[in-house]
Design a protein around this ligand. Structure first.
Ligand code: 4NP
Length: 165
């Protein structure tokens, strides 16, 4: 058996978008019986919500689609960029903030890297908005997770957005 592959989802607060990335991909990994091969975590670029569970609104929307969001918020560290095989930023500001930790990191991608051009480039921040925002977060993450899993498993995956980054 090859060594497990690891992925870290990153957003601003680590209470809405990145916990959803973690929960949705974990669900897919369990459906496919790949728990021994894939390790998943999430973090935020700010530590403001450190130790908090995912936002109740996000948990409720996720739970309606069958996902349990179990993460506790933590701030990303420089060590994360070394430790994780793949780091996925939810929006371009998150990407810039991650790259400001280590501008030479080569394992950081936008979530939309794993989506075709019909999707927006950023996963919109749902925190100050209404119910639609939380549904959009789930729609984008559900659409991207199969390609993210393929990438982690080393299967050939040509990003439709490769030329945009
Ligand atoms: P997230 O959402 O980055 O998807 O976890 C947010 C959570 C908290 C805040 C902003 C966005 N905040 O300003 O506290």
């Amino acid at each position: 058996m090859t060594a497990p592959k690891s992925v870290l989802f990153v957003c601003l607060g680590n209470i809405c978008r990145s916990p959803t990335g973690e929960g949705v991909l974990q669900n897919l990994v369990e459906q496919r019986g790949l728990e021994d091969q894939i390790q998943i975590d999430s973090a935020g670029t700010i530590g403001y919500h450190e130790g908090n569970p995912a936002d109740r609104r996000m948990r409720n929307h996720a739970s309606q689609r069958g996902y349990d969001l179990l993460s506790r918020s933590r701030k990303i560290t420089a060590d994360d960029l070394e430790r994780f095989d793949l780091v996925i930023a939810m929006d371009r500001q998150n990407l810039a903030d991650i790259m400001s930790i280590d501008s030479s990191a080569e394992n950081v991608r936008l979530l939309s890297h794993f989506l075709d051009d019909n999707w927006p480039e950023d996963v919109p921040d749902p925190y100050y908005g209404g119910a639609d925002g939380f549904e959009t977060v789930l729609d984008m993450i559900e659409a991207a997770c199969p390609a993210i899993l393929d990438r982690l498993l080393g299967r050939e995956f040509e990003s439709p957005a490769e030329t945009n980054q």
